[in-house]
Design a binder for this molecule. Sequence first.
Ligand code: UD1
Ligand code: CA
Length: 474
Amino acid sequence: MTDARLAAVVVLAAGEGTRMRSTLTPKVLHPLCGRTMLEHVVTTARALQPEHLVVVVGHSREQVTAHLAEVDPAAQAVVQEQQNGTGHAVRVALEALPELDGIVVVVPGDAPLLTVETLEALVAEHAVSHAATTLLTAVLDDPTGYGRVVRSGGSVMGVVEHKDADLPTREIREVATSVYAFDAAALQSALSKLTTDNAQGEEYLTDVVGLHHGAGLPVAAHVTPDAGQTMGVNDRVQLSEARRLLRDRLVAAHQRAGVTVVDPLTTWVDVDVQLAPDVTVHPGTQLHGRTTVASGAVIGPDTTLTDTEVGEGAQVVRAHCDGAVIGPDAAVGPYTYLRPGTRLGRGAKAGGFVEIKASDLGDGSKVPHLSYVGDATIGERSNIGAGNITGNYDGQAKHRTVIGDDVRTGSDTVLVAPVTIGDGAYTAAGSVITEDVPAGALGVGRARQRNIEGWVARRRGRAAADGDQGKQQP
Ligand code: UD1
Ligand code: CA
């Protein structure tokens, strides 16, 4: 009966997700570890390489469909106008497809922890057993709320929903996970026989199991050894629990691949982050998006990197970086903010209380203290003095500051862009540089100091003559 072709994966995502209590975000669009729940499920489903990948949408369908088009343009969204149950949802999905031949896998859109390996094992078992239905089951300490798997002499007879179960059935700890592999033709014929004669007045997908068994078709169950993986996310408590489990999985994989994670409990790593062996991650670190860290780099403590590239041997301490490229052996932090378009060359430094955006800092150049560098190009081996500011914005447009190689700017220099400082030039401390400084020159842009002899004594004399009032003067 069963052909081993994977004809379709159907993802169920039409439900309202009432228990999330969100007016802004549909349930399956809540994020964890860098992807929405739906993206996790769709990515896993796509890895099985089905001929059709269908997502059943209903509530907030515009938002969900738009997101799907972004994360998997080849997936097909099918609208279930009324949420008449999981069986109805699958029926609607199949009606939108051409006649299928082979295996149909169904997964719920709210199970982001499911792995490709688990689905592959389910499909493999299904293909070997030539069953009409192979359901993924889990044995739970607390099965409350789940459909119970009813067996007789070991073989699966059917699934009874919690709300429809009598007390002895509720004692059963083996539950349906809403993940199935079906023979397409057998599924189609069972779906046409579903009724709404149950506690929720819905067409239950779980009833397909009993219908197949009743028709004398073989039904198999694949008991997952990792029950946590099948967890459904219905509210925000379960969302944080799922996020923690996924974090544990991701961090453990990095550790096994040679990354030192000092404190897994305070380390968060998105799915697409890449860490080389011999990276060290200190506590309180969050690595987001497409961040990559090369071998020997040390990140943290208390650092957040988003879409940031860190080179070999670099040190990033108590920093917040977004869209930055940090070169090999560069040093960042503590208390440093690197914004999109920042590029630090080899051995470069962005020190304490320094903010940099859209700027290039050449090899060996340093911005060690208390500075803002925006829209600047800085050559090699240059040193930007403490408290320098690039005045890159005139209130209407941004302008560039160009600084050559081996430049030394004095403390508290303001570089009013557009301005160029030539190779080897210096600026005097406290200068407001509004004109280009040629190579090798010293730019001085400040009022000359004058000292007024005897000024303090004269002031005291005046204060005494004014009497008490004088004392109150600041
Ligand atoms: C379902 C199963 C239950 C199983 C549990 C595992 C049924 C009847 N029950 O219960 O046996 O133990 O999952 O987590 O199948 N959906 C639609 N259209 C609908 C109804 C639901 O697309 O008309 C989607 C939901 O968005 C959700 C999924 O199907 O992603 C499961 O629905 P949900 O209401 O969460 O089912 P459970 O009560 O969890
Ligand atoms: Ca659910």
